[in-house]
Design a binder for this molecule. Structure first.
Ligand code: PGA
Length: 253
């Protein structure tokens, strides 16, 4: 049985003042016994202060990106070990917005995943097809390629989560149906089995992401291969994020 994992991806939202208020609400509303792993992935500037805010709670901290070198002349970048020391358990790698707006592709993302694991971070590796790719019938080929160019058997599968996020569902209000999500997750798990072996893949969590809201979370979380969610917009509203976590907990019972 896989323990569900729900992570909030704040993206480039929240000043320190706003973040403190949101975190206070989250702390108040979140049941500490929920049978779900919960993380919030904040902008780099908020990592250290949010790490202090979540101290003693069941909420873990994640970053949204990292560089692949431990240090050096990379102006504007932040290394995995800096993120780790700021209090992070997780880092998101390969989010479609990084692929799209910052031209991150397989070669760079492979180095990032390796460097993050090396620094002791757990990785949420994001994959997903665009609308055009889906319409062309390329969904599985795209997911296959995005996994093949970055993941390999030398990585610690136990510290890796894959987030399936169809690009057409991110921030659009359009969600994949439960059937579409399950079909892709099943495909992803079969590919993970070919990389990490069947028992390794059976233990790995595959999150769904893309317009997850309280209203659609229960249906998505009920899919047998959906093990939680990567939540953007709805993670900025404490009540919505908590409702999604509750839906994941209910589905795992
Ligand atoms: P969304 O974002 O929930 O706002 O669609 C999800 C994500 O990009 O991780």
């Amino acid at each position: 049985m896989r323990r569900p994992f729900v992570a909030g991806n704040w993206k480039m939202n929240n000043t320190l003042t706003e973040a403190r208020a949101l975190m206070r609400e989250l702390r108040e509303q979140l049941s500490p016994q929920a049978a779900v792993d919960v993380a919030v992935c904040t902008p780099h500037t908020l990592l250290y202060p949010m790490g202090r805010e979540i101290d003693g709670t069941a909420i873990a901290l994640g970053a949204q990106n990292c560089h692949f070198e431990p240090s050096g002349a990379f102006t504007g970048e932040v290394s995995p070990r800096m993120i780790k020391e700021a209090g992070c358990t997780y880092v998101i790698v390969g989010h479609s917005e990084r692929r799209q707006h910052f031209a991150e592709g397989g070669e760079i993302l492979k180095r990032k995943v390796e460097a993050a694991l090396q620094a002791g971070l757990d990785v949420i590796y994001c994959i997903g097809e665009t609308l055009e790719q889906r319409q062309q019938g390329e969904t599985e080929a795209v997911l296959d390629r995005q996994m093949a160019e970055v993941l390999h058997g030398g990585l610690d599968a136990g510290r890796l989560t894959v987030a399936y996020e169809p690009v057409w569902a991110i921030g659009t209000g359009v969600t994949a149906t439960a059937e579409q999500a399950q079909a892709s997750h099943e495909f992803v798990r079969s590919k993970l089995a070919s990389i990490f072996g069947a028992s390794g893949a059976a233990k790995m969590r595959i999150q769904y992401g893309g317009s997850v809201k309280p209203g659609n979370a229960a249906e998505l979380m009920a899919c047998p291969d959906v093990d939680g969610a990567l939540v953007g917009g709805a993670s900025l509203v404490a009540g919505d994020f908590v409702a999604i976590i509750a839906a994941a907990a209910a589905a795992s019972r």
